[in-house]
Write a protein that binds this ligand. Structure first.
Ligand SMILES: NC(=O)c1ccc[n+]([C@@H]2O[C@H](COP(=O)([O-])OP(=O)(O)OC[C@H]3O[C@@H](n4cnc5c(N)ncnc54)[C@H](O)[C@@H]3O)[C@@H](O)[C@H]2O)c1
Length: 284
C-alpha cells in the first residue's frame, strides 16, 4: 500500500534542525501539509515563513513534554482535520563527548529522555490519529543503533531503542493499514554532527580512525530528505542514507564483532578515550 504525500498532514519534531528542516521542505514540496515543531517557537516560525503560509503550521514542542505533544496534535487536528504521519526526528548527542564513567548523570539521562522517551511520547500522542487514517510513523535512528556508541553512550542506547520501538510498532500495526519505519542516517552536515567534524578535536580524530572512508564523509540534509520522501511514499520499513551504509546494515552481526575487536585492540583509540576522560572531573 503506497502513501502518496499529496494532502497528507505530517507532524515533524526537531523541524528547525538540519535534517528536520530539509525534510519539512521536501515533504511540503511533495504536496504534504506540515506541522513544524521544535523547542523554539521563533525557529519554527522562521522556517514556516520561508515556506509560505499555505499548508504550514508552526508550534513549539519540547518532545519530553507529553501533554505538550497532545496539545500540538489537537491543534493540528483542529486546523487541518487530522494527522496522517509523524516524523519523530528531534535528537541531541553528548556534546562534549564523555565516557560512561565521567559523564554528568543528569546529562546522560536527559539525552535518553529526549532521544528515546521523546520519540515514544511523540508517537504515542499521534498514534490514534495515524491509526484512524491508516497513516505512517517514521522515527529517526542512526547507524549508532548498531555501531558502538563510544563517548556517546546515551545517544547510541537511545538510537538502538528507537529502532526497536519502530520495528515493534510496524509489526503491531501490520494488517491495520497503518505502518511504521526507521530512518538510519549516516553522517550528515548538521549542528549535531559538528562535534565529530572539527567541533571537538579528539572526537574528530576518533571518527577518522573508527570510520573508514567513505563512511566518515558527511552528506547534506537535502540528500537525506530526498530519500525520506521516496521511502515514506513506499512505506519503507528502513530508509538507510547514504546507500554506502546499506551493506553494513545488512552485515551488522559481522560488523558488531569486527568493531568490538577493533575497539578492544587499538591502543591509539584507547589513548584518545583516556584523553577525553581526563577532560571531565571524576564523580565525587
Ligand atoms: N547529523 C547526523 O550526522 C545524524 C546522523 C544520524 C542520525 N541523526 C539524527 O537525526 C535527527 C536530526 O538531527 P540533525 O542532524 O538534524 O541535528 P540538528 O541538531 O540540526 O537538529 C536536531 C533538532 O532537534 C531539536 N531538539 C533538541 N532537543 C529537543 C527537544 N527536547 N524537543 C524538541 N526538539 C528538540 C533541536 O532544536 C534541533 O532543531 C536526530 O535525531 C539525530 O540524532 C543525525
Amino acid at each position: 500500500m503506497k502513501f502518496p504525500l499529496q494532502d497528507k498532514v505530517v507532524l515533524i519534531t526537531g523541524a528547525s534542525g538540519g535534517i528536520g528542516a530539509a525534510c519539512a521542505r521536501a515533504l511540503h514540496a511533495a504536496g504534504a501539509t506540515v506541522v513544524l515543531t521544535d523547542v523554539s517557537q521563533q525557529a519554527v516560525d522562521a522556517l514556516a515563513a520561508s515556506m509560505g503560509t499555505d499548508r504550514v503550521m508552526a508550534m513549539a514542542l519540547d518532545v519530553t513534554d507529553r501533554a505538550g505533544a497532545d496539545a500540538v496534535v489537537a491543534a493540528a487536528v483542529r486546523r487541518f482535520g487530522g494527522l496522517d504521519m509523524v516524523f519523530a526526528n528531534a535528537g541531541i548527542a553528548c556534546d562534549p563527548p564523555a565516557t560512561i564513567a565521567r559523564i554528568n548523570e543528569q546529562t546522560f539521562e536527559h539525552i535518553i529522555e529526549v532521544d528515546l522517551l521523546g520519540v515514544w511520547r511523540t508517537v504515542r500522542a499521534c498514534l490514534p490519529q495515524i491509526m484512524a487514517r491508516k497513516g505512517h510513523v517514521l522515527v529517526t535512528a542512526s547507524f549508532y543503533a548498531y555501531i558502538n556508541g563510544v563517548l556517546n553512550a546515551p545517544y547510541a542506547m537511545s538510537k538502538a531503542g528507537v529502532e526497536m520501538f519502530a520495528r515493534a510498532l510496524r509489526a503491531e500495526l501490520a494488517g491495520t493499514g497503518a505502518t511504521a519505519g526507521v530512518l538510519y542516517p549516516g553522517w550528515v552536515s548538521t549542528p549535531i554532527a559538528k562535534v565529530a567534524f572539527g567541533g571537538h578535536p579528539i572526537a574528530t580524530r576518533l571518527v577518522g580512525m573508527v570510520f573508514p572512508w567513505p563512511l566518515n564523509k558527511a552528506i547534506s540534509p537535502e540528500a537525506v530528505a530526498q530519500r525520506v520522501v521516496d521511502g515514506v511514499q513506499r512505506r519503507a520499513a528502513r530508509i538507510t542514507v547514504p546507500s554506502r551504509w546499506v551493506p553494513l546494515s545488512y552485515l551488522r552481526g559481522f560488523i558488531n564483532a569486527a568493531s568490538d575487536r577493533k575497539l578492544d585492540g587499538d591502543t591509539r583509540i584507547h589513548a584518545l578515550i583516556r584523553q577525553v576522560e581526563q577532560e571531565v572531573a571524576p564523580p565525587r
